[in-house]
Every structure is written in structure tokens, then in C-alpha cells.
Design a protein around this ligand. Sequence first.
Ligand SMILES: [Zn+2]
Length: 276
Amino acid sequence: MNKPYQRPAADEPAWWFIVAGGEIILERGESLPPHGILNQIPMPDLSDYKVVYLGELRERNCYLILADYGDTQFAELGEFGNVREILLQGDEELFAVAARAKQFTEFLLTHRFCGRCGTRMQAVDWELAMHCHSCQHRCYPRISPCIIVAIRKGNQVLLARGKRHPEGLFSVLAGFVESGETLEQTLAREVMEEAGVEIKNIEYISSQSWPFPHSLMIGFIAEWEAGEIHLDPFELEEGDWFPIDALPRVPPQGTIAYKLIDSLKRKIEQETTGED
Ligand SMILES: [Zn+2]
């Protein structure tokens, strides 16, 4: 088994995930992380950088390189950009590894000292964890579960625009799971808090790692049960029931929000066809 801090060989073909300041190096034009044989690409000397083995993607090893914010050493390989760009290329597998790279970086940078006793922590060499040799406290990368849900009422879907979303872009509801909650309780609470409605017939669809900074989006569809829409004015700017065949601008393909809206759409279409 590969260890987290194994160094890449000079003749090794690999994917290179170079992360700094929450951004990742993307090749110009393609918006993909650099890939290729180490000694055949314009990679700087890596001996001064922390390198983390991330796993395999399509039979190639993947490495995270922790760069410094504003580091110009990698300029020949590409430029720093948002991890989201990879998703917009439609490559969900590649996005998942980039998400892992971004989350590991966040983890390593925020766990340099022990949260219990304040001693400097050391990286464990056989698994991705930080360990305190003073009090034996061990930390693993933090993952924050979040529910995300597309709610239907007849052939309409509930969409809302968050305060931070651009004008005209509507999405489904989402929220963090709180300590002690089941996913079912989070769904009921978040939907009530954000939109003031009750839901039923919850159905799990899929999940997606969402590295902003370390969420795991757990996606559902559900049906409206009761209540008029009352939006939470602190979280949401606007929102309504939209006919499934006349949607406003929604998140792009590749995102779990898109997938949920799409599965609701298929479900409604199937029902309509079944009735004919
Ligand atoms: Zn400690």
C-alpha cells in the first residue's frame, strides 16, 4: 500500500495537484491539473515542497504538492484557479481527487498544533493524520456532512437564491448536519428554517465531495407536504415554486444540485408519460 508521504519517481507519469491559498494550478486553456512524467514537464525541484500521495486516477498516481500562496515556481505548468473549474469540464472523477487535494491541504494547514494541549503536531507516516506525541491526540481530515434537497410540489420544484449567489441563479436548499442529528432530522429542520414548508417521501439520490472547504453533500429528493413558502431573509434573497419545464438558471451539469433537479425532472416526465 502507498504511504501518504511517498515521493514520486522522476520517470513516473502522474497527475499533479498543486494547491495554494485554496486554489489549484490548472493548465492554461484546458482548466485541468497538470499531468505527465515528472522529468518531462516543467516542474520545479520538489525537494523543498511537501508532497502527499492522493491515490490513483485511471491507473496513474495522483500527488498533492503544497505550494505557497503567490508561488511563481509553477508558472510554466499553468496558473492558480478555482477547483470548481475542473467540475465545469464535466470530469467528476478528476474533481473528486482535486477535492481531496484541497481538503488535505486545508487539514494540514489547520492542524499544525494540538487542539488539546497546544504542542506542535507531527504527520503520521502510514495514514493521513496528525498526531500529538505529548498527549496522544490524533486528528483526521475534517468532513462536514451537508444535506441538499430538491423538493417537488406536483410538477413544480422549489428553488431559491442564496445571498451569495449571483443574480438570476437559483438552486435547491442545502444545510449542515448539526451534532446529534440524523439526516432525516436535518432535512426537516433545514427545509422548515429556510423555506417554511414540511416535506415527505424523502429519497436518497447521491452524494458529492464539496471542498469549500470540507463538505460532503448528501443529496435527496422529497415531496412537499404542507405550508406556504416563507424564506429565511438572513440566508435567502428570493425563491419560489418553478414549473419543471420552465426553470430559471440553475447550477451547471456536474454539480449535485443539477443532478437532483434532473432526477426530479425525469421522475415527473416518467409519471406524465405513464398517464398517457
Ligand atoms: Zn496534545
